[in-house]
Design a protein around this ligand. Structure first.
Ligand code: ZN
Length: 432
């Protein structure tokens, strides 16, 4: 799929792509949820009422004219009144998403607002979260309740009591990223709550993190793209898309790099939604400098140092899947002595304090010489390996293990494999 360039995409087309993505990533049911776009003419394009979300086509999207006239083959969504109420209240909002994803609904039925100070990106993307009291779905009252919260400019995301969530954005991609990030946050919060006590970041720590973006990285001009370099770009795009499909990455999270020649490598850019990454979005890094005109991931210096210090490492993935992150935000030890496969693939996965992977890159690069994966508190998991597919597999194994541990926490504590059995695995699978 081409990158979702909203500038050149018809509203009906954008809605169609995004509702399908939401449905296929398990964030809405066939009947639930509705999304809309207000275009520059004031026309509101909205999903139809009662049509299967799994098989929607752009022709199914309904247009409501400013005078209330409806153009299209179906009736507009029954929740259209609150979409209109939001647009009437906030002119800068051009896209609205409403759905009932399980994580956000958990907060809406527990009548709580999720705290996004668990990882630095989440707070900036989601902003402050509002809360609208219950009213009957489709009613004018629900529209008034929601519009009342949106009157406060600081809110772009609102929990609907005993119902779900509604989010606004300056365009569809902006609203979608906020939606996806907030739902992932909620899933992480729920998982972390099962494991232990939540550890939150202060606003100062989050600001510090954002100040660390490498604005001043050097660039080189004479960039060329030999065949082997292009092959890596294609492979990276495939693995990133697969990571999104498997729930290991979302639009706003996830960095991938692959060693190219010597200590030169290719790395993702922070500004491109991961679902839509194309080969031309990947950044070539030569002698620690980035190809002209592109911004590499903020962890480019760390990746460079890892490749310099560890000749056996040829690919790196950093991301924030909701079960591994439950360990990273609750300070709970992630013990991979669960099943033989997990231990054979990962061995021990240590945790390091928040910020260390920017402040002490030598230390972290050395650690990754000894440990295949590291959890960074309130930040991410870093996984390394030889071929990119192998590193991706390690990441999957890690997230699956974390998921099992989170589930086991409800039925009884982990009974780890013993030292003797580990020795046996060490010998049988030639693990150092
Ligand atoms: Zn609803």
């Amino acid at each position: 799929m081409k990158q979702l360039d909203t500038k050149f995409m018809h509203p009906a087309e954008q809605i169609n792509v995004i509702i399908s993505r939401i449905y296929h990533s398990g964030m809405t049911t066939t009947s639930g949820g509705n999304i809309s776009i207000r275009d520059e003419n004031g026309d509101i394009w909205v999903t139809p009422s009662g049509i299967d979300k799994g098989t929607l086509s752009p022709r199914d999207i309904v247009c409501v004219k400013p005078d209330g006239k409806i153009v299209g083959e179906h009736k507009p969504s029954s929740e259209y009144p609150f979409h209109k109420a939001i647009y009437d209240t906030r002119p800068e909002i051009r896209a609205v998403i409403h759905a009932h994803p399980p994580g956000l609904v958990a907060f809406s039925i527990a009548r709580q607002i999720p705290n996004t100070n668990i990882i630095p990106q989440a707070k900036n993307i989601c902003g402050e979260i509002g809360y609208a009291p219950y009213a009957c779905p489709g009613s004018e009252q629900l529209g008034r309740n929601i519009a009342e919260v949106f009157k406060q400019q600081k809110y772009k995301a609102v929990i609907l009591e005993n119902h779900g969530v509604v989010l606004g954005g300056t365009d569809m991609m902006d609203a979608y990223q906020r939606f996806e990030t907030l739902e992932f946050c909620c899933r992480t919060l729920v998982n972390a709550g099962r494991l232990g006590k939540l550890r939150l970041l202060s606003d100062e720590k989050i600001d510090e993190f954002h100040a660390r973006i490498p604005h001043n990285i050097s660039h080189f001009m004479d960039v060329s793209y030999p065949s082997d370099e292009r092959a890596i770009r294609t492979l990276m795009c495939k693995i990133i898309r697969r990571s999104c499909d498997q729930g290991l990455m979302i639009s706003t999270y996830g960095t991938v790099s692959v060693r190219w020649r010597n200590n030169d490598f290719l790395i993702t850019s922070p500004n491109v939604p991961r679902w839509d990454v194309q080969p031309e979005n990947i950044v070539q890094v030569r002698d620690g400098m980035a190809e002209a005109g592109k911004t590499p991931s903020r962890s480019v210096a760390l990746h460079h140092r890892i490749y310099q210090k560890n000749p056996q490492i040829n690919s790196i993935i950093t991301t924030q899947p909701p079960n591994l992150m439950a360990f990273a935000v609750s300070g709970t030890k992630f013990d991979v002595r669960t099943i033989p496969e997990s231990w054979i693939f990962l061995q021990d996965v240590p945790s390091i304090p928040f910020g260390l992977h920017y402040q002490e890159i030598d230390k972290v690069a050395d650690m990754l010489g000894r440990n295949r994966a590291i959890l960074v508190e309130n930040d991410c998991v870093i996984v390394t390996g030889d071929k990119l597919l192998q590193t991706f597999d390690y990441l999957e194994v890690a997230e699956f293990s974390a998921h099992s541990l989170v589930m086991a926490s409800a039925i009884g504590p982990l009974q780890p494999i013993g030292e003797e059995e580990i020795e046996e695995l060490r010998k049988a699978f030639n693990v150092k």
